[in-house]
Design a protein around this ligand. Structure first.
Ligand code: SF4
Length: 282
């Protein structure tokens, strides 16, 4: 098993090469992507762990262990290009108000006296390869996540976590679905990271939810959205216990049990059993 290497020493070098390749590398063959860094109980360096991996652990500790300890990741999902486009447009819109340090009309109409937050590292905090990071010393985890936006109340200098979401459904957008617990955990992790970095953070986070109107008479190369602001009172008390649980799982030599809601492991075991005679024939 490969030794875990601290993210600090590894990622910046790769990013530097991408931005400005030295002259002697311009005509050289493409660089190989570095192999995935796996957790090793013997490693002394911090282990980088993303918000998405924390979410994976919450869904299924077994899948998480396969990924982070044994190097077998889930197959990649298809890109959500329309959602990504909307996300980028929303960021552009809020960035204009960040430049002018004025309250976006959507927020003013909701009675929110905040402006988009300016910080020299905001672009890095939004970059999924870098993210907003904090070292959790007791577990030696370099925890990180790429947030969508931060607003600030100029009267108190308190930061407010904001996240952009998109959907297309007949009913009003909500964050009450059981599956949307991951959205709530997402903003709560950003609140925790900002507090770990020493910033004062409001308990209330906001979702800017764009709901596409699929009931229009025709497309006409135009999709209209209704944008709603939804608040969430964040509770970050789960973060440290989950990090401790992840640490214990990664240090264990025993594969965790399959997640209760996923039936694929059962399917794989049945398939392997059914295929065994065919394999022995070949
Ligand atoms: S139960 Fe599902 S999610 Fe968990 S390890 Fe098996 S396939 Fe992965």
């Amino acid at each position: 098993m490969r030794q875990a290497i601290g993210h600090y020493s590894h990622e910046p070098e790769r990013l530097r090469l991408r931005r400005s390749p030295p002259a002697n590398l311009k005509n050289s063959p493409p660089q190989r992507m570095p192999k995935k860094i796996l957790y090793s109980p013997n490693s002394a360096g911090p282990f980088a762990i993303s918000r998405a991996k924390i979410q994976l652990f919450s869904e299924c500790p077994r899948c998480f262990y396969l990924d982070q300890r044994l190097g077998v990741g889930r197959p990649p999902s298809l890109p959500f290009t329309l959602n990504d486009a909307l996300d980028k447009l929303m960021k552009n819109e809020f960035d204009a108000y960040r430049d002018s340090q004025t309250t976006p009309p959507l927020l003013a109409q909701a009675g929110l006296a905040v402006v988009p937050y300016r910080h020299a590292d905001l672009a890095d905090w939004r970059n999924f390869r870098k993210g907003l990071r904090a070292l959790h010393a007791p577990t030696n985890f370099d925890v990180y996540g790429a947030l969508d936006d931060i607003w600030v109340d100029p009267a108190t200098d308190t930061l407010v976590v904001a996240d952009y979401k998109a959907t297309a459904k007949k009913d009003e957008a909500t964050i009450d679905g059981e599956w949307q617990i991951s959205y709530k955990r997402q903003v709560e992790l950003y609140q925790w990271l900002l507090r770990e970095r020493g910033f004062p953070v409001a308990d209330t986070a906001w979702f800017v939810y764009a709901n596409g109107n699929s009931a229009a008479e025709a497309f006409n190369a135009r999709l209209e959205f209704r944008v709603t602001l939804l608040s969430h009172h964040g509770d970050t008390s789960w973060v440290v216990p989950v990090l401790e649980s992840i640490k214990a799982t990664l240090n264990s030599e025993t594969l965790p049990p399959p997640g209760k809601k996923c039936t694929y492991c059962k399917y794989l075991a049945s398939a392997a059993q059914a295929l065994a005679p065919c394999d022995s024939d070949s």
